[in-house]
Design a protein around this ligand. Structure first.
Ligand code: FE2
Length: 295
């Protein structure tokens, strides 16, 4: 099973990943994936908090895949060991936590995914470069070129597109919906607009805007925050060359009790399950709504 969800901002919005908050997650296995579409935020300073919550995630029942957002320490993220996994380049944090790099095409459980993280921080004027803001949040020419080549190689046809920010046209819609004009059109939203125009895809998922919203401009595009969307069972045969996420036996990973900190938050009520999405993917769960201080 593959589930998609939105930003976690380190430990700020991580409780939605706790099976005590969303019990469905407790039924997953390490062969199932939870994909976070950016603002992972747990490669921030490699300090005690980062390591605690990465270990907590590693010990969840499922595997974690994530895109980079705009709130990542790109100096540290790009130092992580890189490897190829299921057709694309990844940074490996641990046995069951991988960063899906930009401009890649992955084949996961018989679905193809084009990935491109990053976004513009609209509050960067109040941040300090190298401390809490990194210019690598927006792509360089090389990353854009690799993405174009990846899409060319697959004939501009993929199953799913995963990004952190939205194409310009959908972002414009979000500016109206949120009544917030601080989101800027930039080289990434414009690049994604081109991807949108040219690529055939079943569904597109992005994060960044801290809202759960299906675009009316493009009903195949879901903006993710606290919802989880489950992808359908593949109609295709699984890729026989698919690699397991872990390079080593699970025996090397010590079991750990779910953190007391997460358990404290379990008192939050889980909202009733919303009606199934009319699109191919379906919303399956919702964690408590939260406000966050950044996007
Ligand atoms: Fe965010």
């Amino acid at each position: 099973m593959i589930l998609i969800t939105g930003d976690i901002h380190g430990s700020i919005d991580i409780d939605k990943l706790d099976p005590e908050v969303n019990p469905e997650l407790g039924e997953l296995t390490k062969d199932d994936y939870v994909i976070i579409v950016g603002d992972f935020g747990l490669v921030w300073d490699n300090g005690e908090n980062d390591l605690y919550w990465r270990n907590w995630l590693e010990n969840m029942p499922y595997s974690v895949l994530f895109l980079d957002g705009n709130h990542e320490n790109f100096d540290l993220l790009n130092e992580l060991p890189e490897e190829r996994w299921n057709g694309g380049r990844v940074h490996r944090l641990s046995d069951h936590i991988l960063h899906l790099m930009r401009g890649q095409l992955f084949d996961i459980d018989g679905h193809t995914f084009f990935t491109f993280g990053g976004a513009d921080s609209h509050d960067k004027d109040y941040r300090t470069e190298g401390q809490d803001w990194w210019p690598q949040e927006l792509p360089n020419d090389e990353e854009l070129a690799e993405a174009r080549q990846t899409l060319t190689d697959c004939g501009f046809k993929v199953d799913y597109i995963l990004t952190h920010c939205a194409p310009t046209s959908v972002q414009r819609e979000l500016i109206l919906v949120k009544n917030d004009d601080s989101y800027s059109r930039n080289r990434l939203t414009e690049f994604l607009e081109g991807v949108k125009e040219r690529t055939r895809y079943k569904h597109w998922f992005c994060g960044h805007y801290h809202i759960d919203f299906t675009s009316t401009f493009d009903p195949k595009l879901d903006v993710m925050y606290n919802y989880f969307i489950e992808l359908p069972v593949s109609k295709r045969a699984p890729n026989p060359d698919q690699q397991p996420i872990a390079p080593v036996s699970d025996e090397s990973t010590p079991a750990e009790t779910v953190s007391a900190a997460a358990a404290e938050d379990s008192a939050h009520e889980t909202a009733p399950e919303p009606p199934a999405d009319k699109n191919e993917a379906s919303r399956t769960d919702v964690a408590r709504p939260k406000t966050a201080d950044e996007d």
